[in-house]
Every structure is written in C-alpha cells, then in structure tokens.
Design a binder for this molecule. Structure first.
Ligand code: ADP
Length: 173
C-alpha cells in the first residue's frame, strides 16, 4: 500500500491527526500557509504558540488544532533559500524528519504537509519536492505506525512537481 499521497487542496480543511505549519522561528504567525492556519484555528492557537518561545529552523513543535478539523498542528520553520550554500537542503530535510518523529511520538497516524519553504522562503520547488519525498519515505520505513502522509499542494504547478518527485523516487512508503 502506498502511504505517501499528493493532493491539491487547502491544508486548513483537512481532518487528519496533524497538519504541518510552514512557520517562522517566532511561531507567532506570518503570511502564506502560516497565516491561513492561524486564521482558521482561531486565537487560542496563537496563545499556545506564545508559550513555546519559538523554534529553530529545521526543528518542530506541536500544539492543539483548536478550531481546525485537524487534531494537532506541528509547526516547523523551513529554511529561507539563500542560494544553497547555507545548509538549506539539509535543513529542509530536517523539517520533514522532525515533524514525522514528533507526529509518531504523539500518536498521530495521518499527517499532512504543505510545501515547506517554496513560497515566501523561495526554496526551488523541484529540489524541495525531491528532498521532501525522500525524507518522508525514509521516515515511513522507521515508523510503521504512521499510516499515511500527504503533501497538500495549494496549486497545480506544485502538485505536478510533487507527483513527479514521487514517481521518480519509486517510493511506495
Ligand atoms: P514558506 O515561508 O515556508 O515558503 P509559504 O506559506 O509562503 O511558506 O508557502 C509554502 C507553500 O504553502 C506554498 O506552496 C503556498 O502556495 C502554500 N500554501 C499557502 N496557503 C496554503 C494552504 N491554505 N494550504 C496548503 N498550502 C498552502
């Protein structure tokens, strides 16, 4: 059974155990998917985030989902793309790994990711999609308790890119 899926949609609408937020290090909200998640979850999400005192790039922290259909939000600050010479690829990989480890530790079986860093943070999409799929496939091997991990892509171009990365990786999860 393939445990990795790519869909096009709005991550704030997904009723899964955890959705991932492409956050910034303050964890106090921002633009893009971060803003959408905070708007949909309501002010209690921000109140819980204030107690976390931020998060380093490539690491992850978990909160409740509040008004979202998802039970939890896993917040991970992705790397800002500065040309590739600043550890961006390893940091992006670390985001996916950290989120899935935290999901597994918290008993989450279904996890949805947005395309971390490929919006405001300008990480090249094709490279990001290959890193994401490889990291997810590797974590799924370590965690049989994770049932399904989806990439929830906001637009067609992003979905096509992740579809290609999944097909080329040969990963079945
Ligand atoms: P980053 O700062 O990590 O680059 P962005 O939020 O700017 O994060 O973009 C990350 C990706 O999330 C982009 O592909 C963007 O189109 C997408 N995105 C924005 N809103 C949503 C949403 N509601 N659901 C899923 N993906 C979204």
């Amino acid at each position: 059974m393939n445990r990795i899926e790519i869909i096009q949609g709005d991550i704030t609408k997904q009723a899964v155990d955890a959705i991932v937020n492409a956050a910034n290090c303050s964890l106090l909200g921002g633009g893009g998917v971060d803003g959408a998640i905070h708007r949909a979850a309501g002010p209690e999400l921000l109140a819980e985030c204030r107690t976390l005192h931020g998060c380093e790039t490539g690491k992850a922290k978990i909160t409740g989902g509040y008004l979202l259909p998802a039970k939890h939000v896993i917040h991970t600050p992705g790397p800002v793309w500065h040309g590739g010479g600043y550890g961006e690829e390893e940091l992006l990989r670390s985001c996916y790994v950290s989120c899935l480890e935290l999901a597994a530790e918290n008993g989450c079986r279904t996890v949805d990711f947005p395309s971390i860093s490929t919006g405001i943070y300008r990480f090249p999409l094709e490279k990001a999609s290959r890193i994401a799929i490889a990291a997810i496939a590797e974590e799924l091997k370590k965690h049989p308790e994770l049932e399904r991990v989806r990439m929830v892509c906001f637009d067609e171009r992003t979905k096509a890119c992740y579809d290609r990365a999944l097909a080329e990786s040969g990963a079945q999860g």
